[in-house]
Design a protein around this ligand. Structure first.
Ligand code: HEC
Ligand code: HEC
Ligand code: HEC
Ligand code: HEC
Ligand code: HEC
Ligand code: HEC
Ligand code: HEC
Ligand code: HEC
Ligand code: HEC
Length: 372
């Protein structure tokens, strides 16, 4: 609800003929007839069909239910039925995450509704975003532990400017955390890439992260090797403009969709020395688009630019050794000459013999769109 709540708004949900009898009785939003009588204590799953009856495309029988005349945001019941947050025994139902019928101190009615602000911590659980997800995705309730990777270290920032826009605000992660956003100026959240009402093991990410550009990931707008559709997905956002829920970083990012057209590691042709036996080639026509996820982790890594801690073969099965050290590589400082930390080891995996023993800062000459 926005604005003033009227008595009439209360009785859209509440059936009042047995008022004060000790049980909350809820009306079906479409028919206006009694749908369920809640027990005490509440069994949260019984509420789900009631929530979905209003959060469908026809709202309350085709109309907005309340006096603010806002239509309920639609939760697709078919996608929800197959979502991990519905099918997993560890998450009961809507009420696990939205544990109040009326309101919450948090945005989007998230639980716990009575959360208290921890002013000392910008990442505190009051926020509706990453800490909320971390609370389960820490290897406890959810087996997929996202919390450890993000919370293990503070963001690691580049030491020297990188790229066409002399960027000093690049680090080792997508900036979902307030501590990273305070430096880069960007705002992106877990929900920019994942829909908690639809994600499952088969479709972890939202299908079209930027619906405003007309390009649909998976439609083949790039010619990609080996059934890789994720590259189109990444490029849907990395094309110079983001969807409205994202705030772009203060320093502009490369338009990777544009630079791919000419890059040797993109749609352009190249003549690179590549280590044999790992499937990385110049392609049949001298043209292989190296998938984004071959080089970058989606979330965070121990390296700058969240580059992968282990470079894998094209089929994803074998670790590619560096010319020098074994894995892992430490791409942790782009400003100095050091074989371990500045890219030499990392690039001389798929590649071999590049720069010989010259350990200059690779990224002063090589970046997306330039000698790439
Ligand atoms: C009678 C219709 C109706 C029912 C039933 C209903 N909602 Fe809503 N809900 C709405 C409307 C309308 C909005 C849009 C907000 C507004 O009215 O200002 C909304 C908003 C929300 C929001 C977003 C709040 C925000 O801050 O943007 C969440 C989350 C939500 N509902 C969850 C639920 C859950 C969970 C249930 C079941 C326990 C439920 N709703 C039951 C009508 C309903
Ligand atoms: C979107 C539907 C909805 C609207 C609108 C709504 N309620 Fe509720 N109300 C609920 C649900 C669901 C519960 C059960 C929650 C529970 O038991 O924890 C509830 C519980 C209650 C209870 C039982 C005590 C409690 O907190 O559990 C009271 C009293 C109540 N509502 C009063 C109101 C009043 C007064 C209004 C109008 C200002 C109102 N409600 C508007 C859904 C709604
Ligand atoms: C695993 C936690 C989780 C569960 C379970 C869950 N939600 Fe949500 N829900 C969220 C989060 C997180 C957001 C905020 C997403 C965002 O900011 O875009 C949200 C947002 C919403 C919104 C607002 C959407 C909008 O566009 O503003 C509605 C409505 C909603 N949920 C309803 C439901 C209903 C109904 C169910 C059960 C069928 C449910 N949720 C189950 C986590 C959950
Ligand atoms: C109440 C606990 C809970 C909360 C809160 C929660 N999740 Fe989950 N989530 C799970 C469980 C359990 C699974 C099932 C797979 C597993 O165990 O990791 C899951 C699965 C997923 C999946 C699909 C991956 C798969 O293999 O099934 C994604 C993506 C996901 N969650 C993202 C999120 C995001 C983003 C948030 C915050 C908006 C969030 N989750 C909040 C418990 C939770
Ligand atoms: C929903 C939009 C969106 C999607 C999808 C997306 N990104 Fe990003 N990405 C951003 C935003 C916004 C930034 C700038 C702020 C930041 O670093 O998080 C960014 C930054 C980056 C950076 C620079 C980070 C740094 O600080 O060094 C890399 C690398 C990157 N993304 C790679 C990827 C890859 C690979 C994918 C696909 C798995 C992808 N992105 C998908 C929005 C997106
Ligand atoms: C820029 C987009 C982006 C952001 C932001 C993002 N993710 Fe992801 N996430 C992905 C992609 C892409 C994958 C699938 C990676 C893969 O398959 O290799 C993924 C995978 C996952 C999985 C499944 C992991 C598994 O091992 O199956 C979970 C759970 C998850 N993310 C939760 C989160 C949470 C929680 C946040 C916020 C802290 C978050 N994600 C932020 C893009 C993103
Ligand atoms: C995952 C494997 C992989 C990694 C890691 C990798 N490359 Fe490449 N690179 C390739 C492939 C494959 C090509 C050839 C693509 C083609 O010709 O179609 C290529 C081509 C190039 C070219 C084009 C050469 C020309 O003649 O135009 C340059 C320059 C290059 N890479 C530099 C680098 C640098 C610098 C790094 C480290 C930051 C790096 N590469 C890391 C796979 C990789
Ligand atoms: C002073 C600028 C400069 C620096 C610093 C630099 N390169 Fe290069 N690199 C070049 C030029 C020029 C080429 C020729 C290809 C071209 O023009 O696209 C090249 C070509 C390459 C190629 C493709 C040819 C081959 O050898 O397979 C790779 C891979 C490469 N460099 C890796 C690296 C790595 C790794 C580093 C850091 C240790 C690095 N470069 C540092 C200028 C530089
Ligand atoms: C061969 C490995 C490799 C591949 C493939 C690759 N990247 Fe990168 N990416 C890097 C490295 C190394 C950097 C840091 C140098 C730079 O800024 O270009 C980087 C930087 C970036 C940046 C920040 C650039 C800036 O300065 O604004 C973004 C965004 C990005 N990558 C997205 C992507 C996306 C999207 C894809 C897939 C289309 C992709 N990358 C494919 C290795 C790679």
């Amino acid at each position: 609800m926005q604005g003033a709540v009227t008595d009439a708004d209360c009785v859209v949900c509440h059936e009042m003929t047995e008022h004060q009898d000790g049980f909350v009785r809820l009306l079906n939003p479409d028919t206006g007839l009694l749908q369920l009588t809640l027990t005490n204590p509440l069994v949260p799953t019984v509420l789900e069909p009631w929530c979905l009856a209003c959060h469908d495309s026809d709202g309350a029988g085709g109309s907005a239910p309340f006096s603010d005349t806002i239509m309920p945001p639609v939760i697709d019941a078919t996608l929800w039925a197959a979502a991990s947050h519905e099918t997993s025994a560890a998450v009961d139902t809507c009420w696990t995450c939205h544990n109040q019928g009326h309101g919450s101190n948090k945005q989007k009615l998230l639980g716990p509704w009575d959360a208290v602000v921890d002013a000392g911590s910008p990442d505190d659980p009051l926020h509706e975003e990453e800490q909320f997800c971390f609370d389960c995705h820490d290897g406890g309730v959810a087996g997929t532990d996202i919390s450890t990777q993000f919370l293990a270290t503070a963001p690691l920032w580049v030491g020297d400017v990188v790229g066409e826009f002399d960027n000093l605000n690049l680090n080792d992660r997508h900036d979902v955390q307030a501590s990273a956003q305070a430096v880069s100026g960007a705002v992106i959240e877990c929900s920019s890439c994942h829909d908690p009402h639809a994600a499952n093991a088969a479709q972890k990410v939202i299908p079209d992260p930027d619906p405003t550009d007309g390009r649909v990931p998976g439609s083949g707008f790039l010619t990609l090797p080996g059934g890789d559709t994720m590259t189109e997905w990444c490029v849907d956002c990395h094309d110079g403009s983001f969807s409205a829920d994202i705030t772009a970083p203060t320093t502009q990012l490369q338009d990777v969709h544009a630079t791919l057209a000419g890059d040797g590691m993109g749609e352009g042709t190249g003549n690179a020395a590549l280590k044999a036996g790992y499937g990385w080639t110049t392609g049949g026509g001298g043209n292989m688009i190296v998938p984004c996820l071959s080089c970058h982790n989606a979330h965070v890594s121990s390296n700058l630019f969240h580059t992968v801690p282990t470079v894998l073969s094209f089929d994803g099965l074998t670790a590619v050794p560096s010319d020098d050290d074994p894995t892992p590589y430490h791409l942790t400082d782009n400003s100095i000459q050091d074989v371990d930390v500045n890219g030499w080891n990392w690039c001389n995996t798929c590649h071999t013999g590049s720069m010989g023993s010259n350990r200059d800062n690779c990224f002063s000459c090589h970046y997306h769109g330039r000698r790439w």
